[in-house]
Design a protein around this ligand. Structure first.
Ligand SMILES: [Zn+2]
Length: 271
């Protein structure tokens, strides 16, 4: 499933389209998580893309009077092709056409979505989300404000999009292990140092994964459109029964907030 680093990698692959004119969008299959607005999409003609960026796990294209928001869902991928290349594949949904290139949104399981928002609608979407984990706004002081009165498990808190966006299950597990915090620790029980370590661990694990994603960036340009997502070297995620890389204790698995959670009971004690 595309997590923040994969989405960031997709955004970087799309950066060359900034400053270019989106001539139109073809709809091959409108059925996504929400049926795309075919009328709105068909009316698009020659719009200059001012900016392409990531917000949470969405790819956002900014135009003068609107924002296009694309979410990759569970299985969404993008493929960049030359304009003359009319090749399509099974599960292609949308094709974004430019003068010399196009990019294709493919989604096997159809959990992705594409929305065209007005400036006002985008503001509403944006303000409901917490800060970006790699921004300065996500820091120990901020995490303290968000967690100090909370009896919720810290793992659920860092995966709550209102607290901080884009920390998926894999990265939450890995960051808690790095910060030596048990996933069930209540937000209010964290010390100042633990919050500091957790913020640093989240930033580090995501930055590493993005850096690895950078090495696969070229794949987005190949006509084959490589669909493989990259993986960071995981320390605890999916490693139940294996020895802890720090102390050799066996990694445990529990369910927290309906999500699989992996931890070392020796390194990550409940505080
Ligand atoms: Zn350990």
């Amino acid at each position: 499933m595309p997590e923040l680093p994969e989405v960031e990698t997709s955004v970087r692959a799309l950066k060359p389209f900034e400053g270019k004119v989106l001539e139109n969008i073809s709809i091959l299959n409108p059925k996504l998580r929400w049926k795309v607005d075919t009328k709105k999409i068909s009316s698009i003609e020659n719009l200059l893309i001012e900016n392409i960026f990531r917000r949470a796990k969405c790819i956002v294209m900014q135009f003068k009077n609107s924002f296009h928001v694309l979410h990759l869902g569970m299985t969404g991928t993008l493929r960049i092709q030359d304009a003359g290349n009319n090749r399509t594949e099974k599960h292609d949904h949308l094709i974004f056409h430019f003068h010399d290139k196009c990019f294709v949104f493919n989604d096997t399981r159809k959990f992705g979505y594409f929305k065209i928002l007005s400036i006002e609608e985008y503001k509403n979407f944006d303000c409901k989300l917490g800060p970006e984990p790699l921004s300065k706004n996500f820091n120990a002081k901020y995490l303290e404000d968000q967690t100090t009165k909370s009896s919720a498990a810290i793992k659920n808190l860092i995966m709550d999009q209102k607290v901080v966006v884009g920390v998926g299950n894999i990265y939450a597990n890995e960051a808690l292990f790095t910060a030596k915090i048990h996933p069930l620790t209540k937000g209010s029980h964290l010390s100042h140092d633990e919050r500091k370590q957790l913020v640093a661990a989240i930033k580090t694990v995501l930055t590493k994964a993005i850096a690895l994603g950078g090495t696969t960036l070229k794949d987005f340009y190949t006509p084959e459109g490589n669909k493989g997502y990259f993986k960071i070297k995981l320390k605890v995620y999916g490693k139940a029964g294996a020895p802890c890389p720090n102390c050799n204790e066996i990694i445990s698995k529990i369910i927290v907030g309906q999500r699989a959670s992996f931890f070392c009971s020796s390194c990550q004690k409940i505080s």
